[in-house]
Design a protein around this ligand. Structure first.
Ligand SMILES: Cc1cc2nc3c(=O)[nH]c(=O)nc-3n(C[C@H](O)[C@H](O)[C@H](O)COP(=O)(O)OP(=O)(O)OC[C@H]3O[C@@H](n4cnc5c(N)ncnc54)[C@H](O)[C@@H]3O)c2cc1C
Length: 814
């Protein structure tokens, strides 16, 4: 037995599948001086009782990447670490009850193909051939995933642990972490057996992650956004018919997922395993009457089969064989849920050198990939794939316990739900309201949540169908379509106004701020009295963020960024800013209006004393409707226009005056269409760390010859010399009923040559447009490619490298 380690480079708290995978991947990356603490035996949390399904399916690009990586890792892991492994790659069949579901499958198939996986669409006969026990009469078809299967979660964890130990990492079982402290820029992780001093800490404590997270509050942390659901599966007795079929065919049945009914059914030896995600679901440990116990190692909740009745009956109708067997065992265990059902992997918000790899609902399927991602965060400070969908900083301060419970229950009850572009999930709403919220509702605003902030997506007229049900479509057409067109036309021909609460604002002031900013961003910074966009790259030259930079004085700036980027960009700035330069955030104190369109000058001149002759990209303080406001002459909609920034108290007056003067309210859907016509990129869609600044077509924001060295310059210089493999392009698409969603595959002569990053109908140019990344040799204007939109390949033409609308920016500068 080795001695208790008093120091380590990294301490991981939690020895489930995820913690073990983190340790293994750190050790593989050469960080061997790492320790994992497990309070009980490895797997004691959620891992030991997991069913062990390992799907690759996801409509999130990054999650699919992570799950695909897991399957690749697991195939070779037993051999790589010399540990026996029960991993059955059985393939899976995902059933569709509706055409919309088939479209979802087509999309996943396209994304899978781009990631090198051969997902297949099956007709009814093909389903029956692969799964003879199934009733297919009411189905539309299915998706077959050849990589899906199941693994023994305990063996997986032990194999990862063995691999890590063999490389020199240490695992201390029956050693709970009891707290943390910070001294001399080091962490001290406390245990009953002694303290461990370390550089980094990782919270991989599964459903205990929130408790562990509390220890970090004195060091800048927050309450970790999560809750716990009870999830069950039931195992049947052996079924002789199934045994005979397996003996004859020589394999197990593929894993079945009836996603519209919401359950999976898997062959387990010669019986079946049925696991529903029921609508009438149950949260646990979410109120004082039902506290989370100090220890729940290797324990389960009592069976609650009544809750599953509908699902059991539905599954028996689908696979009548199921009805022939009795239930032999029920497993009812805790699963942690973040409010969007995605895990937390990455930097712990607000806390130096602390990371999270926790709150996994599918930790067995994602554990392999999660370990890789976490290890990259630690060893390189950046990840191979853009992992924003799992980044802990995607949540900010609105995730109170009630919100977490409401969202967790909603996600669990719709675990297999489709995420339509027009659909807003109803739970946990109204967390942050604009000072104009009530007025916007009166005007017909149909709202959406953006980092908790409610914004109008579109404005309905009396009689428009605004029901949730109507919004469940991939199609462009719907009650919103005519309204979006009207809103875009108002912006084109007259003037529109959009209320945008939640812009993240950072005020930077102090001697040296100018020099700091030059080194912080890749490009040039504005002159006093002007604003421009600045970008920050990572070491590989990839796009970390985009900010509006407003220069008030020599060393006095305001940086404004997307609502969702609040904590991400806030930390980026804080971590780079020298102590003598001050940083003040006013995100919640102010609101913004976009007032834009050819008549916007006339409208503002009626209600403001601002000098409206000042040019594009200028700014000024002014009086608007009797209130103090800050005006920036810029428009994300691509027309003459101003942003009006003002204190919340002042905003209702200003909004009322702008409307009174004749501006028409417009919403986020119209803004999305308008910005795509201008080729303006959106953060974490078109702008992500999946692409470099040069691939992203942002050369004009990279100043290679400035004296200040900025992060990413070496990589960008090298890319400039060698040429970029991909190029940002705008495509004009012969679309059908749907515009191209994020990550639609681009084809040329039967080869995959890129992907879209966003798409929408452009009402000013009357065409479907997509922004995307295309192989460089095909990026010349006029090249014809195909975009695969929900399975249909549609002709698309590469556009010139200028905006589709107002290519010379004359309207903006008018
Ligand atoms: C019934 C059921 C079926 C499931 N089926 C599947 C499936 O088919 N596929 C799938 O992918 N997922 C499935 N899951 C989910 C899966 O179990 C979890 O996502 C996964 O196990 C999470 O792994 P983890 O390592 O993050 O957490 P855990 O396994 O919970 O590990 C966390 C560990 O941290 C330890 N710990 C906590 N506090 C401390 C401390 N202070 N000090 C030291 N150690 C501490 C705990 O003892 C625990 O061992 C299922 C879950 C349930 C309930």
């Amino acid at each position: 037995m080795s001695e208790f380690p008093s120091t380590a480079r990294v301490v991981i708290i939690g020895g489930g599948a995820v913690g073990a995978s983190c340790l293994y991947h750190l050790a593989k990356a050469g960080w061997r001086d790492c320790v994992l603490l497990e309070k009980n035996e490895l797997t004691a949390g959620s891992t030991w009782h997991a069913a062990g399904n390992v799907p690759t399916f996801s409509t999130s690009w990054s999650v699919m990447n992570m799950q695909r990586y897991s399957t690749e890792l697991y195939r070779g892991l037993g051999k790589a670490v010399d540990y026996p492994m029960n991993y059955h790659v059985t393939g899976s069949i995902r059933l569709a009850h509706s055409d919309a579901r088939m479209q979802e499958f087509q999309r996943a198939k396209g994304m899978g193909k781009s990631q090198g996986m051969e997902l297949e669409i099956l007709g009814l006969d093909e389903i029956k051939a692969r799964y003879p026990f199934l009733e297919t009469h009411d189905l539309k078809g299915a998706l077959y995933d050849p990589n899906d299967g199941d693994i023994d979660p305990a063996q997986l964890t032990q194999a990862l642990a063995k691999g890590a130990r063999d490389l020199g990492a240490q695992i201390l079982r029956f050693t709970p972490a009891t707290g943390v402290a910070r001294e001399n820029n080091e962490w001290i992780v406390k245990t009953e057996k002694g303290d461990i001093r370390c550089e980094y800490v990782v919270n991989a404590a599964g459903y205990y992650a929130q408790r562990v997270g509390e220890w970090f509050k004195p060091y800048g942390g927050r309450t970790l956004p999560m809750m716990v659901m009870s999830h069950q599966y039931m195992l049947t007795d052996e079924i002789p018919e199934l045994e005979a079929w397996s003996a004859e065919s020589g394999h197990k049945l593929p894993l079945l997922r009836d996603v519209d009914s919401s359950y999976y059914l898997r062959q387990e030896k010669h019986g079946l395993n049925l696991g529903p995600y029921e609508r009438n679901c149950k949260a646990h440990w979410v109120n004082p009457e039902d506290p989370m116990p100090e220890d729940f190692s290797f324990q389960l909740y009592p069976d609650d089969l009544e809750r599953l009745e509908w699902y059991v009956e539905d599954a028996m109708a689908r696979v009548p064989l199921l009805g022939s067997a009795g239930v032999s065992k029920v497993i009812n265990g805790p699963i942690p849920y973040a409010p969007d059902g995605m895990p937390l992997i990455g930097p712990m918000p607000g806390v130096p050198n602390a990371f999270e790899a926790c709150v996994f609902t599918f930790g067995i399927a994602q554990g392999g990939g999660a370990g890789k991602v976490l290890a990259e965060w630690l060893t390189e400070g950046q990840t191979e794939w853009d992992m924003w969908s799992c980044d802990p900083r995607r949540y900010t301060d609105y995730t109170d316990p009630d919100y977490c419970v409401q969202k967790g229950m909603e996600v669990y009850g719709h675990e297999y739900g489709m995420h339509f572009p027009w659909h807003e999930w109803p739970a946990g709403r109204d967390k942050k309201l604009s000072p104009n919220h009530q007025k916007i509702l009166e005007l017909g605003g149909v709202m959406g949540a953006y980092n908790g902030w409610e914004r109008a997506n579109w404005f309905a007229k009396p009689g428009d169908d605004t029901s949730e049900e109507t919004s469940k479509t991939w199609n462009r057409a719907g009650p919103w379509e005519a309204r979006i067109r009207e809103e875009c036309e108002a912006v084109r021909d007259h003037c529109g106004v959009l209320d945008l609460p939640g812009f993240s604002r950072f005020w930077i002031q102090g001697t040296g701020a100018d020099a700091w900013l030059r080194g912080f961003c890749t490009g040039a910074i504005p002159k006093i009295g002007r604003m421009n966009l600045i970008y920050v790259a990572d070491r590989r030259g990839r796009i970390l963020t985009e900010l509006s930079c407003i220069r008030l004085d020599v060393d006095n700036f305001v940086l404004i960024t997307a609502a969702t980027a609040q904590w991400h960009d806030g930390e980026l700035i804080k971590n780079s800013l020298p102590a003598e330069i001050s940083l003040r955030e006013t995100t919640t104190e102010r609101d913004t209006l976009i007032v834009t369109g050819p008549k916007s000058r006339d409208i503002l001149s009626m209600i403001s004393d601002a000098d409206l002759s000042r040019g594009w990209l200028t700014h000024q303080w002014a009086n608007v409707a009797g209130e103090k406001a800050f005006l920036i002459r810029v428009s994300f909609a691509g027309e003459l226009g101003w942003e009006i920034h003002a204190e919340n108290d002042a905003m209702p007056e200003i909004y009322a005056a702008v409307l009174e003067a004749g501006a028409k309210p417009f919403g986020m859907y119209a803004l999305n269409s308008l910005r795509i016509e201008k080729g303006y990129r959106a953060w974490k869609g078109d702008l992500s760390t999946d692409y470099s600044m040069l691939e992203g077509g942002l050369e004009r924001f990279v100043k290679f010859d400035k004296p200040e060295a900025f992060t990413g310059i070496a990589a960008l210089l090298s890319e400039k010399q060698q040429g970029s493999k991909k190029r940002f392009v705008t495509l004009r698409v012969d679309a059908g009923a749907c515009d191209a969603p994020y990550m639609s595959t681009l084809w040329h002569n039967g080869e995959i040559v890129g992907e879209t990053t966003s798409g929408a109908w452009g009402y000013r140019v009357n065409a479907s447009l997509a922004l995307g990344m295309l192989r460089s040799d095909l990026s010349a204007a006029g090249t014809e490619v195909e975009v695969e939109i929900y399975g249909e390949r549609r002709r698309a033409i590469v556009q010139t490298d200028e905006p589709s609308w107002d290519p010379q920016n004359e309207r903006l500068r008018a």
